[in-house]
Design a protein around this ligand. Sequence first.
Ligand code: CTP
Length: 424
Amino acid sequence: MVLKNKKIILCITGSIASYKAVELYRVLKKEGASVVIILSSSASKFISPYIFKSFGEEVYSDDAFEIPLAHIELAKTADAIVIAPATYNTINKIACGIADSLITLTVSASGDKPCVFIPAMNGKMYSNEILQKNIKEMSPEKYFFVSPASGELACGDFGEGKFPEIADIIFELESVFKNNRLKGRKILITAGGTREYIDPVRFISNASSGKMGVAIANEAAKEGANVTLIACNIDFSCLYISKKIKLIRKQSFRDLKDSILEEFPENALLIMAAAVSDFSVKEKSALKIKKEDISPNGAADMRLNLIKNEDILKLLAKNKQDGQIVFGFAAETDNIIENAQKKLKEKSLDYIFVNDVSKNIIGSDENEGYLLKKTSEFSAAATNKSRSEINKKAIENYEQSLEIKKFERMNKTELAELLLAELA
Ligand code: CTP
């Protein structure tokens, strides 16, 4: 709940999309933010201030003369200013330093407080070179823009200019309150469960929902990382994935392995949250298998030939470059710490997070478990010297010195943040 108790000045300017600010307001409230509304005079032609007043909110008109010095007080007490929708006129005015309304005055008095714009307009207006030049020249440390969505616009044209999804706005707003501790770091994350097809309609898989990997990917992107997410068979209608993430969709072990091998060299860190099939079907049938073909004489059993899959983590950890970090997950039902310790060692991982999957974790929004990591002594040795140079002493240290940290049951997003803090 990054937005909990944050004071947001929600400035609504006049556009056919003004009504969408009402939904944004409701989500901000649900997130625990306190919201003050400024409705521009043109926005008040599209929506009524009574919508917000009936929820008990303070609503200001943008008449700068109505309450003298309101802009100073508003700017002083705000944690962030959100302009949604932000019209062509308002963005250009703010970019040029014009302050002739309560909204533009409040922005002008807001010092280093973040200001998030949600542009929404006709596609030609959005791509207009004056607007684009102004957006580019506004300081990226203070002014944040959520890209409009593409599609059919209110005027009937198709293009980029639609009010974006509320989830994209909340993502950007949460990002501005995060420290940028992963800024520029390239992180490869896998999520979901692989599927090994038997024929075109049947497969062997596992129950992984992908929620943990997606939570880590979103959190890392919020903290400024350049994230690539390889998602295996995730239900995208249930999970939000930021548009800032490079998303690659894969299905089988083979697809996943090829994709990781291609992406890994570009990344400083691999977080392998995907549940990978340990076996693949030896020969996938091109046609749907008929039960008569399996048991022509009425025999009740069917045999499936499986082949063992290579361990992707082990392969990558063994061949990683100096400075690259490999973080694995382990799903266990018994002897969880001992088993995780074994996996950490056998796969030569830097970190492993282990959970007891018998505790209703798969598919849940919550998770708990233990993080096992090598101590700084070994990590330092690993980063300063090539792997072959690491001396016997360091390897002995590795054998003996593991740090184990317990994480109580919590929301997967919160856990993602804590795990990333360990890596920052
Ligand atoms: N993993 C992998 N390649 C595989 C199997 C697993 O890279 N062929 C990775 C998983 O993504 C996870 C870690 O190894 O990060 C541990 O996976 P897990 O399923 O807990 O254990 P396995 O190594 O498959 O061993 P087992 O099933 O015997 O517990």
